[in-house]
Design a protein around this ligand. Structure first.
Ligand code: SF4
Length: 208
């Protein structure tokens, strides 16, 4: 694609240690293939959401305000969402054109065609993957989709650059399900894992 664009629901500056090293700017993409029951960002797929669309040059100009912070802290840009891999061409082009010192992080659910992931595989410094739960039944009930692509895409990721996040999902998984997911993730070869609780009260409403 010659001139890819990125449609965002928001750009959040000066984040510390929440999504990658150093100071980061989160660029949250509009659109998500999943419909998680306790989604914290339903605005990423609602038609009524106010969005903004950037070319690569426009986004670089906007986020460059924090260039010195990125350099000083080895921080950079985190593409999140929604599902940022819907914008794989854009992210690839952004990496080519932005200052090479900037780190590029990606927060993804990985439930996307592998060709999107392969486009950015060399561009990303840190993949932060929320796998929900490795149990296909729990995953399907919670997200409304199967996790075949997640499992396939996990095998493609560089293990040393990836943090796998496994949430406690109220009403959907328990400690033994989480242990089972952890065991599977470690068997695939991932060492950096992060089990964390979902606070369903932070969800704006249960998605239907
Ligand atoms: S992956 Fe789930 S929680 Fe994240 S934005 Fe999509 S629907 Fe919401």
């Amino acid at each position: 694609m010659n001139n890819p664009t990125f449609t965002t629901i928001g750009v959040e500056r000066l984040r510390m240690n929440s999504d990658g090293k150093g100071i980061t700017t989160l660029v949250a993409g509009y659109g998500c293939p999943l419909r998680c029951q306790w989604c914290l960002n339903p605005q990423c797929f609602k038609e009524s959401t106010k969005t903004e669309t950037f070319t690569v040059e426009q986004l670089i100009e906007k986020v460059s305000i924090d260039h010195l912070y990125f350099l000083a802290t080895e921080g950079g840009i985190t593409f999140g969402g929604g599902e940022p891999l819907l914008y794989a061409d854009f992210i690839h082009s952004f990496r080519q054109k932005c200052p090479e010192e900037w780190k590029i992080n990606l927060e993804t659910s990985l439930n996307i065609e592998s060709e999107c992931l392969l486009k950015v595989l060399e561009d990303i410094d840190c993949f932060i993957v929320d796998i929900k739960d490795m149990n296909p039944d729990i995953y399907q009930r919670y997200t409304g989709k199967n996790n075949d692509l997640v499992v396939k895409n996990l095998s493609l990721l560089p293990k040393e650059k990836t943090i796998v996040r496994i949430p406690h999902i109220p009403d959907y998984n328990n400690d033994s399900d989480i242990q089972e997911s952890l065991d599977q993730i470690r068997q695939i070869g991932f060492e950096q894992t992060n089990v964390f609780p979902y606070d369903k009260n932070r969800s704006l409403r249960k998605q239907k």
